[in-house]
Write a protein that binds this ligand. Sequence first.
Ligand code: UDP
Length: 330
Amino acid sequence: MAKERVLITGAAGFLGSHLCDRFLKDGFEVVGMDNLITGTLTNIEHLFQNEHFQFYHHDVSKFVHVSGKLDYILHFASPASPIDYLKIPIQTLKVGSLGTHNLLGLAKSKKARMLIASTSEVYGDPLVHPQTEEYFGNVNPVGPRGVYDEAKRFQEAMTMAYHTFHGLETRIVRIFNTYGPRMRLNDGRVLPAFIGQALRGEDLTVFGDGSQTRSFCYVDDLIEGIVRLLMSDYAQPVNIGNPDEISIRDFAEEIIQLTGTSQKVIYKPLPQDDPMQRQPDITKAREILGWEPQVSRSEGLKITYDYFKSLPEERLFEKEYNTFEKYIKR
Ligand code: UDP
C-alpha cells in the first residue's frame, strides 16, 4: 500500500521539525514547508538524506501548491514568541489568517485532514483557572500580543467554518508553553532566555515580580498528543500541555540549580498584557485521547540544557541565527 503523505508547515521550526521526525519515523511521506523567517534549516538538515522527505521553501501566506496526494496537513507555520510578534506583526497576522485559508483550500481540494496549531493565547490573560476548552478567553485585540492571539482565534473560526460548511475533516490543538531541543536560543522566550543567560554568565532577567505562572510541557509529550488528536475523530479544540504550573521566579531558581550558574536573578518591567497565570485543564485530552504528559520538568529541562550546551559557542552570542533580521528590513 502506498505510504500516507503529510504536509507540515513551519517544518524548519521547533515544533514543525519534531513533527517531521515523528511522521517519518511512523512511516509517512513528509512534505515540509517553511519560509525560513523564524525557522532554520539546521533543524531539518538531517532529513535531506531521507528519500521520504521533501522540502518546499515557501511562504504559506501566498497561494500554496503541492503536487501529488496529501492525506494530512499540519499547519505549524507561525512566529511564536512575544518578541517575534513585535518585530513581524503583519507576517504573524497573515500566516495565521491568509496562510490558514490557503491551507484549508488545499486540504479541501486534496480531501486531506487538516490540523491547526492553535494556542493557549486564545485564552489571553485568563480569568478562568485552569483553562478549559469552553472558556472564551480575555484577549486585548490591539495589544502587542493581539496580532498572534487574534490570528489564532480567526484561524480556529475559519477552520471550524470549513468543517461545518464544507464537511472538511479538521482538528484543533491548543498548545500551551512547550520546550525542548531546537528552540531558538534568542527568540526571547523564557526558557532559552534563562538558559542562554546562564551559559553566557549573565544574570537571569525575570519580568515583573515573577509571580506570573506558566506550565511547561516537554516537546515529545506534546508531539504524542498532537498525533493522537490527528488520528482521533474529535473536531473541537483540545488543550495539550503539562498542568504542572510554576511561577517564573521559581522557574528561574530551577534554572540556576540546573546550570550551577553563580549569577543571580534581576528584575525587569513586566511586558504589557503578559498573562498572570496559565495552566491547561487536560481532562479532554485524558478522556478523548488517553493522553497525559510523561516527562517531568526536571527530566525535560536536563535534556534541553544538554542540547543548548552542545551548540557551538558562537551560537550563544549570535543575535539571530536565521534570516529574520534581513527579512524585516525589506
Ligand atoms: N519572561 C521573563 N524573562 C525573560 C523572558 C520571559 O521573566 O527573559 C517571562 C514573561 O514575561 C512571561 C513568561 O516568562 O511571563 C513566559 O514568557 P514567554 O515569552 O516564554 O512566553 P509566553 O508564555 O508569555 O507567551
